[in-house]
Design a protein around this ligand. Structure first.
Ligand code: NAD
Length: 357
């Protein structure tokens, strides 16, 4: 059946994407294509060595390395990195890492309009969106603007090979969550649905092979392909219950980003599966399951993903408050957000139970 919808609007951001083992060596070529010659390289402290390798490969075209990227893009770090970019006369940033490093590149672009070349090393998908989440004084805010949409993405399977298996799994489920929620987004289009389904298929096929052989570059490449598709869905359509719940749990209870997505995904999709039955049916079909929530739960179990919020440090005594916060700001979701039902969902996710049908 075609994915045609009678009425739709689709806005697709311009982005140049190159795939291939060794694609990181194309940074210089891409800079030249854009008329750029002074890159500031960005990494986390943990990936500083990778940043140094990029700087060595670029030679005089690298004006510096800033290795201070941190989770949730703290504003003071963004300001320090922006000051360094300006002081060094950088004419672009090259972000090498996961969502945290990509976020720093976006934060610099927001302040300076410098073009961004992103070399992702996780599946978070931030490189494919014009969304920036920032934190200041313990508060997280989100901005959506084309100013932060990266210009070039280089997907290099060799770089993601070092991502530990546990992070590989949670990061993949984080990516699949963008696609799963994209399926029922109010502003979805046949194109976003096409990308979401293909992204989920890429992880279904690629992830088990990556777990079996983390150095398998073809499988790593396929999962990066999934990350690009799922990230593009995130950047193209609105998200709902799953992303709001993860935002609440991350923001108010300091739970880790990708792991929280991995635990919540089957529960959030099961919550919505009756209200969005037709839209979610292809997800169940791709996973070979009778229902989408059960299919995602079984996939997570098979991949060895974390299943319980309690294992991520969530206290059972905080579940009431989490349910209260989660229903505070109304937002669109295929099924109405009911506090008692959300509390029930959180209990199952806390305990690591299969989602309720
Ligand atoms: P991350 O970028 O925080 O990385 C986690 C850790 O893993 C870091 O220490 C990093 O250096 C290390 N790492 C990354 N890749 C590695 C590799 N290949 N080998 C070894 N170590 C590696 O984690 P993440 O899950 O990619 O990103 C999470 C952040 O991204 C969150 O702040 C989230 O809000 C944000 N995010 C934003 C968007 C968006 O569109 N704005 C989308 C998704 C995620």
């Amino acid at each position: 059946m075609s994915l045609f919808q009678q009425n739709f609007a689709a806005t697709l951001a311009p982005m140049r994407v190159r795939f291939g083992a060794g694609a990181r060596h194309l940074v210089g070529e891409e800079m030249e294509r854009l008329g750029l010659s002074r890159a500031l390289i960005l990494t986390t402290p943990q990936q500083a060595d990778t940043g140094a390798e990029f700087a060595a490969a670029l030679g005089a075209r690298a004006v510096g390395v800033f290795s201070g990227a941190a989770m949730h893009t703290p504003v003071p770090i963004s300001e320090a990195a922006t000051a360094q970019a300006i002081a060094l006369g950088a004419d672009c940033v090259v972000a090498v890492g996961g969502g945290s490093t990509t976020g720093l590149g976006k934060a610099i672009a927001l302040r300076t309009d410098l073009p961004q070349i992103v070399v992702p090393t996780t599946y978070a998908g931030s490189e494919a969106t014009g969304i920036l989440g920032q934190t200041e004084g313990g508060r997280k805010t989100t901005i959506t603007t084309p100013k932060v949409q990266p210009e070039v993405i280089l997907y290099d399977a060799e770089l993601v090979r070092t991502l530990p298996v546990a992070m590989t799994v949670t990061s993949a489920l984080n990516a699949m969550a963008h696609a799963a929620e994209g399926l029922y987004a109010q502003n979805r289009s046949p194109i976003s649905t096409l990308m979401a389904l293909e992204g989920i298929r890429a992880f279904r096929d690629g992830l088990p092979r990556v777990i079996a052989a983390p150095d398998d570059l073809t499988a790593r490449g396929e999962t990066l392909y999934g990350a690009w598709l799922c990230g593009t869905v995130l950047g193209t359509v609105g998200m709902a219950l799953h992303h709001k719940l993860c935002h609440t749990l991350g923001g108010s209870f300091d739970l880790p980003h990708a792991e929280t997505h991995a635990v919540i995904l089957p529960h959030a999709i099961a919550y919505n599966q009756r209200a969005a039955a037709a839209e979610l049916a292809p997800l169940a079909e791709i996973l070979g399951a009778t229902s989408p929530g059960a299919g995602l739960h079984d996939f997570a179990v098979r991949m060895g993903a974390p299943l319980a919020l309690r294992d991520l440090g969530m206290k059972e005594s905080d579940l009431d408050r989490a349910a209260e916060i989660a229903v505070q700001n109304p937002y669109w979701n295929p099924r109405p957000i009911e506090q008692a039902a959300i509390r029930h969902l959180l209990q199952a996710a806390w305990a690591g139970d299969a989602p309720s049908e």
